[in-house]
Write a protein that binds this ligand. Sequence first.
Ligand code: TEU
Ligand code: CA
Length: 640
Amino acid sequence: MDKITLNSKIKDVYEHPVGRDVLDKILMVTKKGRGWITNPVVANIKLKTLKKILHKDFNDKFWDQMLWLLNSEDETPQDLDEKVKYPWWKEAVFYQIYPRSFKDSNNDGFGDILGIVEKLDYLKDLGITAIWLSPVYDSPNNDMGYDIRDYHKIMEEMGTMADFDLLLAEVHKRDMRLIMDLVINHTSDEHEWFQNVLKDPDSDYKNYYFIVPGKEEELPNNWQSFFGGPAWRYFPELSAHVMHTFSDKQLDLNWEHEPMREELYGMIRWWLEKGVDGFRLDVINYISKREGLPNGSKDLSKIIQFTGFENFYYGPKLHEYLQEMNREAFKPFNAFSVAETPGIGLEMAKLLAGEERQEFDMVFIFDHLESSGLTRFDHYQYDLNNLKKFYIDYLNHVGSNYWMSLFVENHDNPRMVSKVTKIPALQKKVAKLLNAMILTLRGTPFIFQGQELGARDQHFQSIDDMRDVEVINFYKKLSQKAGPERAWIHSLTGSRDHARVPMIWDEDQPNNGFSDCTPWLCGDGLKLGLGVAQQEGQPYSVLEFTKKIIAFRAQNVALRRGEVDFVQVGKKNYFAYYRTYKDKKVFVEMNLSPRDLYRHLSLKDYHRSISNYHDGFRTKLSFQSDLKLRPYEVVIYEVN
Ligand code: TEU
Ligand code: CA
């Protein structure tokens, strides 16, 4: 791969994997289409000319950082065209459990492991074949388990290691798989490793973290934490700053230090020996920090929001560490891995999860969760055409060696349904449409707990009702700048607590059947018929609809393995595709808008199998009455 310099043309940058992802991000944030770059006039502009044109917005530091980032990758992703292999995880339907809020077995207000065991039959009945468990390790819960104190111990509220062993056995007994959350970019400050540093600042453990000696008022660099404020916490007892890219109780591990890496790999093998089937790796693309920890570009941070990000979100030794971890820990156990990789675009993703790369099986990319240029804390209505564009773009640009994860919700985001519409009657349609989409596209679907019920955002009354460290810090900071009212509007819009409220098992029971005692985080208590007990056996409920599609997918190989062919892609609000495998064919079409939509395909030989509208449902279409799709309608047809 040629080095990118200021003499390179924009089109050279766009040919480069990192360049393409970075430019795509810039186009997204500035709401310009790809056409802008592929336009021959723009494509032939040299970077130094662009630098001149943009000198007001972007200074020298920006260009230095950009060139460094681009030249840190000299490999090109490959899009192969070979026979696709089908390991179990490509045909799985995953379900993400947020254990603290799933089911409380001993009525102390916290969900726990035995609570999960109680509900395994519910998941089995839904058709789930694999579970991803958010962290259950010992933790002071500053970031609800994403701050691990002891990797070998279960958090007290969650139960015991014996409970965990039971869970694993019960999962396997039901022919399901279990993957754990692996948080190894950082540990809690209460982890023994850091405690050892405090006890003996000269011990080797000082190399496990980024500890930079100096005066309190002199920060090592200008990096910002994702949870507000600088990415450095001062420890007077060490006369040093310690790096934390998340909360100040989550200290970043120094992957440069080999003994630290060895300990992590040993810990991973320990869990795999127990029999867990794999891992979801938390912010794993952040582990390699640029040498010297240089300042981030202020200009760049206008685009990516966090100063310093470019120095570690795709760091220089990332691939080296990941290949090593795969070799040392995953490979010997044939363990499955899915990486959470915020900020990564498709080309970088291919270098992280291409089959031949021996790093991860899949990644979670986040480019689709917000409309162009907006963030989770912005109040707006999400346009589903964005999702369509994202999936077409991505699925049309991968080879046989890349497999996509499909998701629209997780524990870090408000409910997608609420982002799309606030109208309760339409929310159920949208919930079904979204579930249908991730269950019928090509890839592995991940359902976040409650998504199968059509769970929506909460009407929290004030910041006191929220528990998440991110939103609490965010609210404090914004209140000072913009006043409490504005701070509250944005906090309510973006809070991760919307997704973290307890599961609704039965709306007729106290605390919705989650616990006999007041939960650690409460929702607004509105009864909207969204509980499991309220939906089970009701054929038109979101739950039964979702179950039906999962069952259909299990029976229909075209939905699991079929190639995807998008049709009429230029038609706004219309999203339609064929899934084809040998002689099996399925057609899926959707109306992405709250208005009727006329469409012009001849569907008369298709057998209509599933739809989120049941009135007037016929398996055969008649030409006169079926020219239009109703608001947020989705229909799945068997074509043969
Ligand atoms: O999230 C990483 C992450 O970057 C975001 O999704 C995060 O929620 C937020 O947007 C930061 O502004 C992972 C975990 O999923 C999350 O729960 C943890 O809080 C975080 O890492 C730190 O471990
Ligand atoms: Ca409990």
